[in-house]
Design a protein around this ligand. Structure first.
Ligand code: C5P
Length: 228
């Protein structure tokens, strides 16, 4: 039977965040930020393993008590997110038809319900798909001076989130030979194979902690949750 593996690339330095340690290790409600991410994935009944990919030079991971079921660590992070995911896949030695759910370490307010919605929507799907949100605001394109060059119709536009869930064989093929700087998510690599990932509605709480100002919102969301 196909396994379901959550793969969490966490080898980024978080340069936009500007903290001394990478953002995934910042303290959030008494735990490292990434602990919340991993705890949610581990709490999804259908998930067999939660594999976190850290940099071979990572100095922080071993300093924390993760104490989570299903967790394994692969010290094979690369110089880009795509490389970290590809290296993690190689280390996991998945079967072609295993499902892999790639999820950003910094999306720490993911809910079990959203992951279950994604899994349910994709059971039996040929390609795979991702959590995403229909764009709620009016969208503007800027010119070089920061003035509005155009209003872009938002109809049909979605913001990609994670997890992004694909068969391991499809994902390996998609990531082989892509220029890592050209893709910012796994779905983009899969689309280049001519395949069409399914968009599954996520939720606004599943945002990526990117700047220090995002921490207050993440703290409040997690504090309001009774369980994972
Ligand atoms: O930088 P960004 O927030 O887009 O990173 C998304 C995810 O990819 C993060 O979880 C980050 O740790 C991970 N990443 C990685 N290896 C890199 C760069 C980013 O695993 N070289």
């Amino acid at each position: 039977m196909a396994r379901m593996i959550a793969l969490v690339p966490a080898a980024g330095s978080g340069s936009r965040f500007g903290a001394p340690s990478p953002k995934q290790y910042l303290q959030l409600n008494g735990k490292p930020l990434m602990w919340h991410t991993l705890a949610t994935l581990a709490a999804v009944p259908g998930v067999d393993e939660v594999a976190v990919v850290v940099s071979p030079q990572d100095e922080w991971f071993d300093g924390f008590d993760w104490d989570l079921p299903k967790l394994s660590v692969r010290r094979v992070g690369g110089s880009s997110r795509a490389e970290s995911v590809a290296n993690g896949l190689a280390a996991l030695a998945c079967a072609e038809d295993d499902w892999v759910l790639v999820h950003d370490a910094a999306r720490c307010c993911l809910s079990v319900a959203a992951v279950e919605r994604l899994i349910a929507a994709l059971s039996g799907h040929a390609v795979g798909g991702l959590l995403a949100l229909p764009v709620p605001d009016t969208v503007k394109r800027a010119d070089a001076d920061g003035h509005v060059a155009a209003t872009v119709p938002r109809n049909g536009l979605w913001l990609a989130q994670t997890p992004q869930m694909f068969r391991a064989g499809v994902l390996e093929n998609a990531l082989r030979g892509v220029a890592a700087e050209d893709i910012t998510d796994e779905a983009a690599a899969v689309e280049r194979l001519g395949l069409k990932p399914l968009l599954v509605e996520g939720d606004a709480q599943n945002f990526k902690v990117t700047y220090p100002r995002d921490l207050a919102l993440a703290r409040a969301i997690l504090a309001a949750r009774e369980d994972y």
